[in-house]
Design a binder for this molecule. Structure first.
Ligand code: SF4
Length: 85
């Protein structure tokens, strides 16, 4: 099961993620984004597509919990998301 995190300081409310994975992301009003960090109910490829579609790259898939930091190698599968230049 994938875990996700959204950098809400970066999120601009474009709602691309909510459009591509509505099981996980939902807009609340014009700007506030709600999401399920456990990402239950959506296949991994759908999450990857939602993360790739975010114009400001605010969605991280397989985010490491702060408590887990330093206790082992994180899953690096979130690496490699292409960035526009
Ligand atoms: S696509 Fe990115 S900027 Fe838009 S609502 Fe989702 S996380 Fe925020």
């Amino acid at each position: 099961m994938a875990r996700i995190a959204v950098d809400l300081n970066r999120c601009q409310g474009y709602a691309q993620c909510a459009f591509l994975a509505p099981e996980i992301f939902a807009m609340h009003g014009d700007e506030a984004l709600l999401y399920d960090p456990e990402a239950d109910g959506a296949p991994r490829e759908k999450l990857d597509r939602a993360a790739a579609a975010c114009p400001v790259q605010a969605v991280l898939v397989d985010a490491v919990e702060p408590d887990d930091a330093g206790t082992g190698a994180p899953d690096a599968s979130a690496e490699g998301v292409s960035r526009a230049r």
